[in-house]
Every structure is written in C-alpha cells, then in structure tokens.
Design a protein around this ligand. Structure first.
Ligand code: MOS
Length: 741
C-alpha cells in the first residue's frame, strides 16, 4: 500500500474510488451547485451580542434594496408547526435553536434575519442594511470561568460513576495525576453547508442539502412542517467532508425552507466560512482531570477521570468523554464524572471521534506518564493491563485484536528505536521523540434496506438512501457486491444520496460499512438464491437446483461438481423470460450482539522533531495500526486512516478557538487564522491493519474505522513531545510557546 499522498509509483491492485474521477474533475455536484429557474438567494444576518433580547430590528432599508424579495425576522415569521408541541408535556419536534422563534439571543452570531433577493450579491448587500438594537445581558463563553462561577448541570448522566472502590488510585504505590485542557475545535470541511429548497404548493418540498443522512433530514423536515414522507425529497449526491457537522438538520436549513415558502420561489442558502464557526457545531472545549494508580509491577489499581465541557444555554449536548477510561484497561476501580456547563455559544456537536477524541488525551497521556514513573515501556504497560473481556460488564468481545495492532504498529514504526530517556536523542539539531497511544470506539451496526436490481445485461444496480461524506461508501459496497457475485466492478453501480430510495442509515459513528455492508452481503446471497430459482428449468444444470451446489464467479453461476456446466446471469434471466430480478433486502441489527461488546481499535505511533530554540514541533513520521475487523476496501480504508491522522495533526498542534471574551465572538473564524494542516505539515503516514474479520457483528466481518483514525492521536503527539523534551504539555494545541522558556 502507498505511504505518500500522490505517490503515483504505487500500484494499487484494489478498487479505485468509484466516484473519484467525478470528484477530481469537478463533475460531482455538491448541494450548493444546483441551479433552477427563478432561483433566489438567502443571506443570514447574525446578532452581534452574545446574550439578551432584540429590542428593535429595522429591516426597512433592506426591504427597499434592489432585488430584495423578502426579509424574515422573529416579528414576521410564519412558524412551522414543528416549533410547537401539540402536547405541552412533550418537547417540540424541532430541537435546539428554533430560528426566528422569539427575540432571545443565545450566542453571538445567532441569526436574527434572513434576507432573500434575486442574486447572492444583492442579498448580501441588503443583509448589511439590517440594523438591530439589543438589551444586553452578562454572558460567558469560557469553560474555566464557568467552572469557577457556576455549578455544572444536574442529572443522571452527570452523576459520579464508580466501579469498585472510589479513591483506590490515591493509595497506589505508583501514581500520576494531571489536568488537561483543550479548546473548541471546529470541523472546517471544504464544502460549506448549503441548502436549496423548492416547494411545490404548500405540502411538497424538494431539498438539496449537505447532510450525512438523507433519511434523517427527510424525517426532520416532515416533522418540522408536518409533511408526508412521499412529499419530502432530500438529495445529497456528494458531500465535501462532514466530520459530524452534517449529522443534524441545522436551523439555517429550516430558515431556507421557511424563506422559500414565503417568497414562493426556490431559494439557495449557503453558509459562509465565518458562519460555519457558529451555526453547525464544534467539538466542545474540555478541562479534564486524570489520575491513575498502579502497583510496582504496573498493574493498574485505580483510575479517576473527571471531564468538564461546555454546551449551549439552550440545549444539552453530551458525548462519551469518560467512557474510554472505563473500557480500555482491566482496572478494578474506576471513577468517572462528566460535568456540563452551559455557556453563550451555539450547541456543540459530534466531531470525528466524538467524546473519545477528547477523553483519550488525558487518559493516554496519563498512561504514558505512568510508564515513565514505572520505568516501563508504554506498550508493555498497556499489555499488562489488557482487557480480555469488557471491564464494565464482563462480556466477551465480538473480536479484539488490539494486541496484534500494538505489535504490527510497533514493528512497522520501528518502536525499538525509541529512547526511554526523555531528551536524549538529537537529529540535525532537532530533539527527537517517539510516542504512542491507543484509540477505541464502539463498533455499531444499524438497519438498512437495500434495493438490488440485476438487469438483463447482467449488470447489478444497488440503491439505498444514505449519503457519503467522504470515506467511499459506494466504493466499499461495490467491492462487497463484486466479491459476492463474481462480477467485475464495472458491472456494478451503487446509488445513494436520494431519500426516495429504500431507507439506509445516517453516516455517523463509524457504522456505514457495518450496516450497509451487511445489507449488500445478505442481499447478494438472496440474489444468488433467486438466480438458482430462475435457473430451475435450465437443461444446463438438470435437476441440481440447490444454492449450495453453485459458485458465483465471472458473472456466471457455476456448478461446483462440474465447472463446465455454467450459465452467465444474463442467460439465466433470458432463459427464464425475466427482464430483471428486483427486490429489496432488509438488514437489521444482529440480536446475537447482545452477548458481546464490540469495539474498533487504533494504535498511533508518532515521531516528532522539536526545535530546541523555537519550540517548533514537526511530525516526522506516523504509523497507525488498526483493528477495524476485515478490511473491505484497502485503498479507501488506508485513505480514511491517513485522513484521520491529518485531522489529528491539526488537533494536536494547530486547531484552537480564539474567542474574544469581551464580545463572546470568534476572532479566528476563517482559514487564515484557524490553522489546519497543509501538505508541508503532513509527513509520510503509514496505515496498517490487523485485517481479521469480526465473526459476530455482521456477515462482512468489518468493524468501524472513521473515528479511530483520529482518537488518541493528540496524546501520541504529546507523548512524543515529552519523549523529545522532558516537557509534559497538557494543553492543546501544542504550540511553540508551550515548549520554550
Ligand atoms: Mo461522525 S462525528 O459520527 O460524522
């Protein structure tokens, strides 16, 4: 497998990305790129205070501006029925911020008006003419301040959770403790959120929307406007990166739908990058305490992990920040607590490796710190505390090849080159450090319906209503079907991105391959059986008509006992007088999974160079070894892991929200100031896999991969920086100022 971006010398034997050419040649159409007659443009106006109420809003100048078709504010909005709950004891269907619902401001940049015009430029100009006056209230956007001044939210999920004995770590022979800080991180996909809305009458809508789930968006629209499923069409042919930011139907999308209805014209609304920082979520800032105790041999005796994070003042967003500490190691005594503080920011959301990416930072740095205290190799410490069964509930794992991943990664990386003495290695005037960490994420499988159509010419069409935010779902599914049916890739087409297709899952939580792959796998077996049935009367096979007697290869069904007796699928259809074979396969969760725990694992190995004078950290080399079950599509799998590492480099060294506390406003809300890795920041990244099937989760044997690609990476970098310098940086991002002086 290739180790470099754009390594043209590498010969990939496996399937190229089926939509790769369309994407790199600009033929792939993203949600903002559709045009239609009468298309109007919407631009949102944001509040410039962080908390309070709108005292007055003046839209007259905007309404009079050239080309303006309408302006919506809280004063004139026609509220969709989903804003109200028929049963007052239940929440309204529209969750979170109900855009333009009232005069209350919850965060800086909250939309206070939608201006619609016949061109984007005219809408943008008119939006600049909207003026508001506010009654301002005191606010805070900072977690450390909130922790000092406020009490965290109360409720069951915020209670202390004790396994075994509460304070066991305090009595340990060897122990560490530390407080770790990370800032808000923002998804920053290349493609901005975009919505194009076309109403036909009052009760029928078509939406081109950036979403990771066409069906979930369809459901949200049905509930918001009280529409029938058949009257809500959602199209998402291509997604230019999601990382979780497109897992919800956000308020701006509803605004576009409300707006298009008002002006009775199709409407396009595309967020600016500045708006992306406040309107489609972010990974919430967190301050975390970790404490780990062990005996002199390195056996863990107690752990404590307390995480504090922010949410908005109108919605409680929670994620599994402390779960990994309860799961990864066989430790009898674990206490965790999760504190949530509402601040005057918009609601955070899932961002790649949600929860675990945050929680793994203190946990895996803490394990590293403990290894130095014990004078033990960090991998040896982890193996010593390896959980053979789920430490939370004793269940066996459906599969766990983490030991193999440690070994594979260490060998590939050359872990034996690491010096156990911090600051003892130099290369060309740079300090050299090696670090590693473990990442873990639940392996999930959901429900999917898949349409299979075997055509008269022997081509196979697969369809399900999902969207692909980048991992290459259609490619992996094509691979599974090609292997199962013995068809060349060119004879298989996988269609997605259309809510009218049989319902598929939302692309989130690293579950697409597991969920849709199961449907493709069992669907192909059903198709084989239907072919056998159709070939019943064929003289070629005589009376031998049982499925198990056949192979399906090279586009033909072949009799196992006499391979000279075979028929191409197209012939089978023709002989049976069938124009095609069409059916819908239903694939559900696996009830057998109740007896098991299921996780994917990644081990990140990082070599850093740290400049002694300037404190600049260069990532010199990365190896990531994954246990993601069977690797279905090696090339897209490798790309997925490399992409996660690139995201991880940003989180470890660069990404940082800078909020001006005087105004509660983002300062670095653009690509010039919010730093993400560029090519010069990205070294050779090698992704390797144990590649052993999970025998239980799904018939493909795959587990998840999207999240583990990133989880733990920041800790691996921090651990490498410690190894290089002897300095334990507990605050992300690891910028040069934290390493000098
Ligand atoms: Mo992922 S954060 O489930 O898109």
């Amino acid at each position: 497998m290739g180790n470099y971006f754009f390594d043209t010398a590498t010969a990939f034997e496996d399937l190229d990305r089926v939509d790769g050419k369309a994407k790199v040649t600009g033929q792939a159409k993203y949600s903002a790129e559709y045009d239609m007659p009468e298309l109007a443009y919407g631009v949102l106006v944001g509040s410039n205070i962080s908390k309070g109420t709108i005292a007055a809003i003046d839209t007259k100048a905007a309404e009079r501006a050239p080309g303006v078709l309408g302006v919506i504010t809280h004063l004139n909005i026609a509220k969709p029925p989903g804003y109200l709950s028929a049963d007052p004891s239940k929440p309204a269907a529209v969750r979170g911020l109900k855009i333009f619902d009232d005069d209350i401001i919850h965060f800086n940049g909250q939309p206070i008006a939608l201006v619609m015009a016949d061109s984007f430029e005219r809408a943008t100009y008119a939006a600049s003419l909207v003026k508001a006056q506010y009654n301002k209230e005191a606010f805070s956007t900072d977690l450390a301040t909130a922790m000092k001044e406020e009490k965290p939210l109360e409720g069951n999920q915020y209670k202390e959770n004790v396994r075994g004995e509460k304070d066991a770590w305090k009595n340990a022979a060897v122990k560490i403790e530390g407080t770790y800080t990370m800032p808000n991180q923002v998804h920053n996909p290349m493609e901005m959120h975009a919505t194009i809305v076309k109403w036909e009458g009052d009760d029928k809508i078509t939406v081109w929307e950036k979403t990771q789930g066409v069906k979930s968006t369809q459901r949200d629209i049905m509930q918001a406007f009280g529409l029938a499923e058949k009257n809500v069409q959602v199209n998402t042919q291509f997604v230019g990166g999601g990382f979780g930011a497109a897992l919800r139907t956000w308020p701006h999308a509803l605004a576009a739908m409300i707006g298009a209805k008002k002006i009775n014209r199709p409407l396009k609304l595309v967020l600016t990058r500045m708006q992306m920082f406040t309107l489609v979520g972010y990974r919430p800032q967190a301050i975390q305490k970790i404490a780990i105790g062990a005996d002199n041999e390195g056996k863990l005796t107690g752990m404590m992990h307390e995480a504090s994070a922010v949410t908005s003042n109108y919605e409680n967003f929670t994620e599994n920040i402390v779960k990994m500490t309860r799961q990864l190691y066989a430790c009898p005594n674990v206490t965790t607590r999760y504190n949530l503080y509402p601040v005057e920011l918009s609601t955070p959301t899932w961002m790649r490796g949600p929860g675990e990416a945050t929680g793994s930072f203190p946990l895996e740095c803490g394990m590293d710190e403990l290894s130095y205290q014990l004078k033990m190799d960090p991998i040896e410490l982890r193996l010593k505390n390896y959980a053979d069964t789920d430490p939370e509930n004793g269940k066996p794992y459906s599969s766990k090849f983490l030991k193999e991943a440690y070994q594979l990664g260490a060998d590939k990386f050359g872990w034996s080159d690491r010096s156990p003495v911090p600051g003892s290695k130099m290369e060309n005037g740079w300090k050299v450090g090696h670090g590693m960490s473990t990442g873990i994420f639940g392996a999930f499988r959901g429900e999917a319906k898949l349409s299979l159509k075997l055509m008269a010419d022997g081509t196979l069409l697969l369809q399900t209503a999902v969207s692909d935010s980048g991992p290459g779902t259609a490619t992996a599914m094509t691979k599974i079907a090609a292997d199962a049916m013995g068809l060349p890739y060119s004879k298989i087409k996988f269609e997605l991105g259309d809510s009218s297709l049989p319902p598929g899952p939302t692309q989130g939580g690293s579950s697409s391959t597991s969920t849709i792959g199961a449907a493709v796998s069992t669907g192909c077996i059903s198709l084989q059986k239907k072919l056998v049935e159709a070939a019943k009367s064929s003289p070629v096979f005589g009376h031998i008509i049982a499925h198990e007697n056949f192979l399906f290869q090279n586009g033909e069904m072949v009799l196992k006992s006499d391979p000279s007796r075979k028929l191409p699928y197209a012939e089978v259809l023709k002989n049976a007088g069938l124009g095609s074979i069409e059916f819908v396969e239903n694939s559900g969760r696996n009830p057998a999974m109740e007896k098991y725990s299921a996780y994917s694992y990644a081990v990140h190995f990082v070599k850093v160079l740290v400049h002694p004078l300037t404190g600049v950290v260069k990532i010199a080399k990365v190896v990531v070894a994954g246990d993601a079950g069977k690797i279905v599509s090696p090339k897209t799998a490798e790309s997925q892991m490399i992409g996660g590492v690139v995201g991880g480099i940003g989180g470890a060294l660069m990404e940082e929200s800078v909020i001006d506390e005087r105004y509660g406003r983002w300062v670095n809300n653009n690509f010039a100031d919010y730093h993400v890795p560029v090519h010069a920041d990205v070294p050779a990244i090698e992704a390797v896999f144990v590649d052993k099937p999970d025998p239980v989760l799904n018939p493909v044997g795959s587990k998840g991969m999207g999240e583990i690609a990133l989880i733990g990476f920041a800790a691996a970098v921090a651990n490498a920086v410690y190894n290089a310098t002897g300095k334990r940086v507990r605050e992300l991002p690891i910028t040069p100022d934290k390493l000098i002086g």
